[in-house]
Design a protein around this ligand. Sequence first.
Ligand SMILES: [Cu+2]
Length: 486
Amino acid sequence: MNGSQKTRRNFFADTVAASSLLLGACSRSARPKDAGAEATAPGGTADVTLRIGPVLADIAKDHTISTLGYNGTVPGPLIRLREGVPVTVDLFNDTDTKEFVHWHGQIVPASVDGAPEEKSLDVPAHGHLRYQLTPQPAGARFVHTHVMSMSDINRGTYTGQFGFVYIEPKNNPGHYDQEVFLATHEFEPFFGAEEMEEGDEEDKDFERKKKESQQKQERPNGWEIGYQRFTINGKCLGYGDPVRVKEGQRVLFHLLNASATENIQLALPGHQFQVIALDGNPVPRPQSVEVLELGTAERISAIVEMKNPGVWIFGTPMDDDRKNGMGIVVEYANRNGAPRWVKPQKKPWDYTLFGQARPASQPDETIPLVFGKINGGQGGFNRWTINGSSFDEKAQPRTLQKGKRYRLVFDNQTDDSHPIHLHRNSFELTKVHGKPTAGILKDVVVVKGFKQIEVDVTPAMDGLTLFHCHQQLHMDYGFKLLFNVT
Ligand SMILES: [Cu+2]
């Protein structure tokens, strides 16, 4: 399928084609329903319909999981929209609790953004919600639930309630032969005591700071989350259909980390990723890398030139996670045999590779945001703080002025990585680990343990705007802040 042809085709035909493209590589038993095909509400057919409900998903051979999802599939159908072209959205909720459907990475009014803290409209239990939204900006976005899970790890982003949203730009140069959407997600979560490896073990500075911070704590670290099954597009490695490619093709991969709690690395042995967009926004300097890294909710769009014929595993370099499913087979035409995996070289992910090496414009105001952790102790939950306080829904939101340039200085004084997300805006990375950069627009940025990152934001739309860590357990236990843009 050629990208430039795609933009000339009919919009709804495109949605159907794209849904099967997304799920074609991952769905055998559960055929996707077209996101636009199922409007039963009075007042005509909606452009986008999502029905929230129980899903039985076959994620591996003889292994079916029970979760919640959109339109009976995991992931939900790919939703293709056009930048600036308003759509009617129908949301149905077949569950017993109210839900929030969040349009991640879009600049939309708080009422339809789908976050309870922003007083967005909810989808009532066994109820229906209809509204209009104008998709923007162009690029790879996604949709997911925004409810709190707290200690119930069968709710929120632990479930299958996620799906790609692709907003077609007004002009799509389309320099690619095939477009493939891949979303990673872990299933069967459990509570454990083990901390995920967040820092670089060879980083002496990290180890020293970690020891110092632990000594200041009254209690040991609280619950962490582990998973039994790892999937790409809802299938464990080797179970779903492979991504089928031909030698000489340029394949545009849109990757989404739809995990509740995990950051991930991905590699395709024998191939390079030319990163062209981060969180859906074109980067100033596209560069080729061997390994991609995505924090929870981050997206990467990258072109891969298919010039190494064979059958390969596109997966995580973490051996245990890959054996438990985190990968998908990439198969060249007329090639067969067992898929090959080759361990990639270790090289730290560096956002600034894709930015301009110059200081960004000066901000009008600087807001320091210090991230802290209060250990929960054995069998308890850690509490998270921003500038010393956990989220308090009764507190007055902090006011920001529309059109003013704010510099947010993230200072992570914990040993954990935090995928930091600001709703209803894109921000520009301006400093990463002390290094100035400019031109990279994102809506999530991973601040690693004991590191500092600075971003600039010029609030685009008025109303309540949520700022939080996208790691569900961190968000649930205090890592949130509410802004009010006036
Ligand atoms: Cu966090």
